[in-house]
Design a protein around this ligand. Sequence first.
Ligand code: SAM
Length: 244
Amino acid sequence: MKSTTDTITSGTLYIISTPIGNLEDITLRALRLLKEVDYICAEDTRVTGRLLAHYEIKKKMISYHSYNERQRIPRILQTLKEGQQVALVSDAGTPGISDPAHRLVQEAIREKIPVVPIPGPTAAIAALVASGLPTNRFVFEGFLPRKKGRQTRLKQICEENGTIIIYESAVRIQKTIEDIVKFCGNRYIVICRELTKHYEEFIRGYAEEILKNLSSRTLKGEIVLLVAGKDFKSSKDETEKLDE
Ligand code: SAM
């Protein structure tokens, strides 16, 4: 006869994408799993609480963010090993994309716990596909370092041929565009602001021109900055198409 522990199969860790603004941007599968799992690990339980309340989902939450992930991982793994189902969400978009997830995913894999992605919104891809810049090759940079290593990273970025995707805050966007001009020259850029929200906006043009325009206005909200790859500048037809 098998002992009872033999019959316990491990739970699954679901990496669930949630909206980046518009609450309708969530898949049916994500909603079903958020209802079905035993626990939801959330970056900020108040933010996820609002999403759950909107969809009338009541669920036990475990706070999991970059400051407590080391302490929380053993508890989450134990819960999974006991056969409970766990969802991981971040405040917005896809966990693991400039949001905590990677360490937990690595540890779950090490413990042979199934990890299942539930795809959905991510600001990087939403910005890229609407930018008009080439989508066949791109590099995701996330947030640039603020001080140490920034210059080196910017120099590397400038050598990329694909479209470059950068996450940036509204307060630092001007400085980052200035740095792009300084290190990469006057590249074609697209500022994607407040994606999927009421004030969604795309500002397209050459970096120097955009900097001039920004001197008379202050940008607010969340921003993805796209920078055309190194070879794009020489392709005049491409920018003419975008400027039409
Ligand atoms: N996990 C998220 C994702 O999948 O896109 C990214 C989280 S990261 C902490 C937050 C950054 O993503 C913001 O500073 C901004 O650069 C970008 N972002 C998130 N939502 C956005 C939106 N609605 N519009 C523009 N950028 C957004």
